[in-house]
Design a protein around this ligand. Structure first.
Ligand code: SF4
Length: 351
């Protein structure tokens, strides 16, 4: 097929020499694919290299503690992916470290969906399974001039069929990487390089001058604002953090005392809030000083965080509090959300 042959040739001439392209080890391909979901290659690359250095194989990852895995993932976001990687590594290690070699088996693993299963089975085991991700939707919708929304169930079926029809069965791994790389570097969301494109003579969108209209999407997911009041409680020995245990963003990561509210709270509002009273009780004399505000965007929510600094002696905490005082060296080992990391990077003593 001209489409796939042209893409393969383009890939041969233009692909980036990325470390996961020098291997067919399913563990490495799996880690790279999970990191690269929602993360650009230039951002994901240092994480991939550090992760593989720390956990070079599935057994090493299986043996690590959850804190170590989350710490290695810190800053990438989507921490459930790291937890699923860890969970699945333990499962594979329990099967003597043998990674399943068929799509139908790979897709049963926790945290692996159709895209990742297709990537692993085609790249590592030469199985003809087409990947369909945002890059593939964009290239195929433009090339075929298809205005079926890519986020509708009909659209997903149509694009999946088109992707499988276009697949080079002799070379599925390279073809899959070729179309994704082509979408990432050439047929980009903005300013695609149409004039130098190897498939421009057959590209419906280019021929009809409608490139910017593709891909079509229907759903606009609304973003919600959340107001986080963080209290950085400094004790005699260190800073107090607690683990987020509930099912929400950043599960099992550590954070300072959090008082979430419908809008930002004043000092009085904080000291009368349930979260504060449950930790300090009524009438505790604690100086609270406002520090920095940070806005942190996640996929479907914006966290509007305000930080407050408090100094206490640890006897002021109620015995039921889940807060634990971490000394400076220990703090470096616990996984914290990027938002908290950003605060620590710019923190300066309040005036
Ligand atoms: S001609 Fe333009 S829109 Fe069409 S595939 Fe090439 S880069 Fe994409």
């Amino acid at each position: 097929m001209v489409f796939s042959q042209n893409l393969l040739k383009w890939y041969n001439d233009n692909r980036r020499p990325l470390p996961w392209r020098q291997t067919k080890d399913p563990y490495c391909i799996w880690v790279s694919e999970i990191i690269l979901q929602q993360t650009r290659v230039d951002q994901g690359l240092p994480y991939y290299e550090a992760f593989i250095k720390k956990f070079p194989n599935v057994e090493a990852l299986a043996k690590a503690s959850e804190n170590e895995v989350l710490k290695a993932w810190q800053g990438l976001g989507y921490y459930s992916r790291a937890r699923n990687l860890h969970h699945t590594a333990k499962e594979i290690a329990g099967r003597e470290g043998v990674f399943p070699s068929h799509y139908s088996e790979i897709i049963k693993l926790k945290g692996i969906g159709s895209y990742t299963a297709a990537a692993i089975s085609s790249i590592c085991f030469n199985e003809p399974q087409a990947v369909v991700d945002g890059n593939v939707y964009r290239v195929l919708s433009r090339y075929h001039g298809l205005s079926e929304p890519v986020d509708s169930s009909t659209g997903k079926k149509i694009f999946s069929k088109l992707a499988n029809n276009a697949l080079d069965w002799h070379n599925p791994g390279d073809y899959n990487q070729a179309i994704m790389e082509f979408g990432a570097l050439h047929c980009t969301p903005n300013n695609p390089k149409c004039t130098s494109c190897c498939i421009k003579t057959k590209c419906v969108a280019q021929l009809s001058n409608t490139v910017a209209s593709y891909p079509v999407k229907t759903k606009k997911v609304k973003s919600v604002d959340r107001y986080f009041n963080y209290i950085m409680i400094r004790g005699d020995k260190g800073t107090f953090y607690q683990k987020r245990t509930h099912k929400d963003i950043w599960q099992n990561m550590y954070e300072p005392l959090l008082i979430e509210s419908k809008k930002h709270l004043s000092k009085n509002g904080i000291q009368n809030s349930e979260g504060w009273l449950s930790v300090f009780g009524n009438g505790a004399e604690i100086k609270l000083r406002r520090s920095d505000s940070i806005e942190h965007k996640l996929t479907h929510q914006t966290i509007k965080a305000r930080f407050w600094e408090a100094r206490i002696d640890s006897t002021m905490l109620k015995g039921t509090s889940r807060l634990v005082e971490f000394k400076e060296p220990e703090l470096k080992k616990i996984p914290i959300p990027r938002l908290i990391e950003r605060y620590l990077e710019c923190y300066s003593e309040p005036k």
